[in-house]
Design a protein around this ligand. Sequence first.
Ligand code: ZN
Length: 56
Amino acid sequence: MAPPLFGAPTEATAWCECDKRVRTATGRTAVLRLVESHTHHRTLCPLLAPQEGKAA
Ligand SMILES: [Zn+2]
């Protein structure tokens, strides 16, 4: 599931299954940081880690 990045360029919300914690950001800088942070998290997240050989 892609993080719900809404149309407004100055607001963003992201959350992850692993901790059920909603992250929100307001302001361009904060949004960029949120997206960057979430993208990075997705490379580390145990729930989102690629599971080779498993058909989802
Ligand atoms: Zn996660």
